[in-house]
Design a protein around this ligand. Structure first.
Ligand SMILES: *Cc1c(COP(=O)(O)O)cnc(C)c1O
Length: 327
């Protein structure tokens, strides 16, 4: 990636003249089987542009309660778009069509109107859970029956696709817009893509500029995104496999509460049983001393993620370190 960045041809992307960005946008659209794509600095900006395009101030966005758009984007959908969350609780991050049906507000004069449905696949906070393709179809169908646009936060959709053995485009089919990250599992230093039809992406380009996301000779960054799609994307199944191997090991460690069957992609979220002597923060600190970085997401809730730089022996080492610290 560094080499590709060093040699990248560039131009002014605000004028549409950066050949590397143009190549990346064409490539991303093709990967998702859509007409057009827009390079954005972050997944958050991609999601928020979509929210802005699909909503009006004073309307509701339906989403799973743990979704990134509601929890980790600094309230941006109310800050930037005046939109209001309608969170739906699930056990596993996977919405049911009846839940969406029930959450859609009727067109009556005393109900906040629903403007869009937001899906997330894989679901980060739910431990990288996959909403299966058939369920995606059902959820999208309910939204469409009510004339509602659907945005897919597919920050990690290529991990879902690798796990299911199908193209990401097949998972995302029928969604009006899809965001996926070139960072995260795909390993690029910066950047995400928003994809959709040509008109939608033209509008998105206007909103991106309004948000300060119009970048000039940004081909130096886009070049890494192309390497991510060409070279890292085909390898994501390995990250998923390693996460499952690690989960199998972690589940055997006394004090840890984890069903390895729920580890479908490259994210492992686990809790503790009553015998555990640590909080998540204690565990994270002790593991950092052992050279293993994990995220304490709550008092007794830990997230571990495998990625391009984590090899088979790293997984063994991480499992050993967790076992030592837990003991
Ligand atoms: C990381 C992530 C985002 C946002 O990406 P940033 O580039 O960090 O803004 C959005 N959705 C999900 C599910 C994510 O995991």
């Amino acid at each position: 990636m560094r080499q590709a960045m060093f040699t990248a041809a560039v131009g002014d992307d605000v004028y549409g003249e950066d050949p590397t960005v143009n190549r990346l946008e064409e490539r991303a659209a093709a990967v998702m089987n859509r007409e057009a794509a827009l390079f954005v600095p972050s997944g958050t900006m991609g999601n928020q542009i979509a929210v802005h395009l699909h909503t009006r101030p004073g309307t509701e966005v339906i989403g799973e309660e743990g979704c990134h758009i509601f929890n980790f984007e600094m309230g941006a959908m109310s800050l930037l778009s005046g939109a209001f969350p309608r969170p739906i609780a699930t056990d596993d991050g996977i919405l049911a069509p009846e839940q969406i049906e029930a959450a859609i507000q009727g067109k009556v004069g005393y109900r906040t109107p629903t403007s869009m449905v937001a899906l997330e696949n894989s679901h980060n906070l739910a431990g990288g859970r996959i909403t299966p393709v058939e369920r995606m179809r059902e959820l999208i169908a309910v939204a469409k029956d009510h004339g509602l646009p659907v945005h897919l936060d597919g920050a990690r959709i290529h991990n879902s696709a690798a796990a299911l053995g199908i193209p990401a485009a097949a998972i995302a089919a029928g969604c009006d817009t899809v965001m996926f990250c070139l960072s995260k599992g795909l390993g690029a230093p910066v950047g995400s893509m928003l994809v959709g039809d040509t008109g939608t992406i033209e509008d998105a380009r206007r909103i991106r500029k309004a948000l300060g996301g119009g970048m000039r000779q940004v081909g130096v960054i886009a070049a890494a995104g192309l390497v991510a799609l060409d070279e890292v994307l085909p390898e994501l199944g390995e990250d998923n496999r390693r996460a499952r191997t690690l989960a199998d090991r972690l589940a055997e460690i006394p004090g840890i509460k984890l069903d390895p069957e729920t580890v479908e992609t490259n994210i492992i979220c686990f809790g503790f049983d009553e015998t555990a002597k640590h909080t998540a923060a204690d565990l994270a600190t002790a593991l950092a001393d052992e050279g293993v970085l994990v995220h304490a997401l709550g008092h007794d809730f830990v997230r571990m993620v495998t990625h391009y730089h984590i090899a088979d022996d790293d997984v063994v080492r991480a499992g050993d370190a967790v076992a030592r610290v837990m003991a």
